[in-house]
Design a protein around this ligand. Structure first.
Ligand SMILES: Nc1ncnc2c1ncn2[C@@H]1O[C@H](COP(=O)(O)OP(=O)(O)OP(=O)(O)O)[C@@H](O)[C@H]1O
Ligand SMILES: [Mg+2]
Length: 606
């Protein structure tokens, strides 16, 4: 798995309270920027130096232009020749041609660098996401993940490639032209700087406000996306319960708050420009007044050409300075995006290979749960010292009322979650010491909630074993009684989440997958619950062939379907209350016997 060379470390500063008025950047922002630089930009340093060089040339063009203008004006005002004037005009033209060329080359390079950086960031996000625990996906809104992987990275890329490059150009222009102006007339320039504290104060205000609001806007956007996803996926339920208006209203509330928050962000950012314009008005008054006075006063060696050029120079400083100020306003929003993205990198995968994990283990051995403790959340304990042994090569069944923990046991076996105490072993190997790939590779699962992808049935079956031959896939499809449907539907995709299939058809795809995968341990969680009795009987014969000699664990509510299991475990609220074979449990005359009799009467009575 490729990880960022500079993995975000768990101990970097926590997000600072966004309302703090102290500084433009919190410690975390600085840390995030450093991380982004180290991980995605530093290796492009040579190119960045080239970019800086080209940007410096652009700045120098302005400086040269100013000095040429001053000379040109003198030629006009004083006794110059037309030849001199023509020469100056030619040089000015070429200077700007050079600046134009740079204006093409700089974005070419910076856009390439930023798109590459964002590509790598997405690549790292993808592999990071794949490694995260199932539990992360069960607690995180998918809208939030999509937003990070799609829009936030995109916006960040555009910002780095264009806004930052422009800001560099503007910054360097400001520095070079200002330097020239200071050199030409330090007193006049010094008087112009009085507006700086005002500008800084405005920027600080804008930054703080943008940051808070942008954070809220991102959350609102994620909620909105999530709402769309939920509504679209749940359209059947929405329609059947007449909830279209409620859902529409819910989405409208979301869009409304996004609109309001974005207004707030952008209105605030819009404060930057007028404050710069106001400052420039003050500065121009100072320069024209002060400069004019300097020309008139005999104590200064300043002429009209010098003042006009100075004024032109101030215009050339203010233009990029305005853009620069605007840049700092938007920088705050993008720092929020960067922080969100980094937050995803901060999520740790807990279920990973131990350093000394081994790949080989006896897949036919007994599977033992020893004093297993587990809960999904601290306030709802589920297993507190569960002991069970599933015999290798035999069929075990787990029965029990809904919510008693049957599916959870199956999930624990393949480490979709880790136990919180106790141990699960296969043979004498604790499963934590096995390589995840080989552990999970040992299981064929027909899960209770079947996941079907929007692809053909054929591809859906092949998914669990891409190397399988066509004959093997057909065989699996025949065994699972889905081959006819494949012939009928051909390659047509089955709709998002298999929406165009019936429950029983989906279940048969899941069973075909188990046939095709043919792994040594078989987990069947309500595998045939959606099938009609005749189909179930036929599939069961095929399943019996499949399970032969394999460690099989069956979860079923219909007790008649598991009565020939070698061992039956009866679970009640996370506790094992009974175990034995069917006849033993009947003889015990406790929970199992009661359930069995009740179900039997139900069937007989029909
Ligand atoms: N991903 C999860 N996050 C939090 N709690 C969960 C999760 N999955 C299950 N639970 C809870 O854990 C308990 C056991 O769930 P489990 O799915 O193991 O039950 P089950 O015996 O398979 O039930 P059923 O017969 O309805 O399938 C339930 O109370 C359930 O609400
Ligand atoms: Mg279940």
């Amino acid at each position: 798995m490729t990880q960022p060379t500079d993995q975000p470390d768990a101990n970097h500063p926590a997000p600072a309270a966004p309302t703090g008025r102290a500084s433009l950047y919190s410690a975390r922002d600085r840390d995030n920027m450093r991380w982004f630089w180290r991980t995605y930009l530093r290796k492009k340093s040579p190119w960045l130096i080239v970019v800086l060089g080209m940007i410096a040339i652009q700045g120098l063009v302005y400086q040269q232009f100013l000095s040429m203008t001053e000379n040109g004006l003198r030629v006009i005002f004083d006794s110059g020749t037309l030849r001199e004037l023509a020469l100056i005009c030619t040089v000015v033209f070429f200077l700007f041609a050079v600046r134009g060329l740079m204006s093409y080359l700089v974005p070419r390079v910076t856009i390439w660098i930023s798109n590459e950086a964002i590509f790598q960031m997405r690549r790292d996000l993808i592999s990071h996401l794949m490694a995260l625990d199932l539990a992360y996906f069960e607690r995180t809104k998918s809208g939030e993940i999509i937003q990070r992987m799609v829009t936030q990275t995109q916006l960040l890329g555009v910002f780095v490639g264009q806004a930052t490059a422009n800001a560099l150009r503007d910054g360097i222009t400001v520095i070079i032209v200002s330097g020239y102006l200071i050199y030409k007339n330090p007193i006049l320039f010094g008087s112009a700087v009085v507006v700086l504290p005002f500008v800084i104060w405005v920027m600080n205000f804008v930054s703080n406000r943008v940051k808070t609001t942008q954070g809220q806007a991102e959350t609102a956007l994620a909620d909105y996306m999530n709402g769309i996803e939920e509504t679209v996926n749940g359209m059947r339920t929405v329609k059947i319960s007449n909830q279209e208006e409620v859902e529409a209203a819910r989405l409208m509330t979301g869009t409304r708050s996004i609109r309001d928050l974005m207004n707030r962000v952008q209105f605030t950012q819009a404060l930057v420009m007028p404050s710069i314009d106001l400052s420039s008005a003050v500065v121009f008054v100072l320069v024209i007044g002060g400069g004019g006075w300097m020309v008139l006063s005999p104590s200064f060696d300043v002429d009209g050409a010098g003042i006009i050029t100075f004024l032109l120079g101030m215009v050339m400083v203010f233009d990029p300075a305005r853009l620069l100020a605007l840049f700092f306003g938007t920088l705050q929003s993008h720092l929020v995006l960067l922080d969100r993205i980094r937050g995803l990198f901060d999520e740790r995968a807990n279920i990973t290979d131990a350093p000394d994990a081994v790949a080989d283990f006896d897949t036919a051995a007994d599977i033992t749960l020893k004093d297993v403790q587990f809960s999904y959340s601290a306030d709802q304990p589920l297993f507190d010292g569960l002991n069970m042994t599933f015999q290798g090569g035999k069929v075990s069944a787990i029965v029990g009322s809904t919510g008693s923990g049957k599916t959870t046991i199956l999930s624990l076996l393949s480490r979709l979650y880790d136990v919180k105490g106790g141990q699960i072993t296969i043979g004498d190997q604790p499963i934590e010491q096995l390589k995840l790939r080989s552990l999970r590779g040992a299981f064929s699962v027909v899960a209770q909630d079947i996941v079907i992808f929007n692809n053909s049935i054929w591809e859906n079956i092949r998914y669990v074993n891409p190397e399988a031959s066509d004959e093997q896939i057909w065989q699996a499809a025949e065994d699972a009684e889905i081959a006819d449907l494949i012939r009928r539907r051909g390659n047509a995709p089955v709709g998002p989440k298999g929406a165009q299939l019936s429950g029983g058809q989906k279940q048969r795809i899941a069973i075909a997958r188990a046939f095709l995968r043919d792994a040594p341990i078989l987990l069947l969680d309500e595998a045939t619950s959606a099938l009609d009795q005749a189909t179930e009987e036929r599939i069961k014969t095929a399943l019996a062939r499949l399970t032969k000699g394999k460690t099989t664990i069956v979860v079923a509510h219909r007790l008649s379907s598991i009565s020939d299991a070698d061992r039956i475990f009866v679970l009640e609220s996370g506790q094992l209350v009974e175990q034995g074979c069917h006849s033993e449990l009947l003889a015990n005359n406790r929970l199992y016997a009661q359930l069995y009799t009740a179900q039997k009467q139900g069937y007989d009575g029909r």
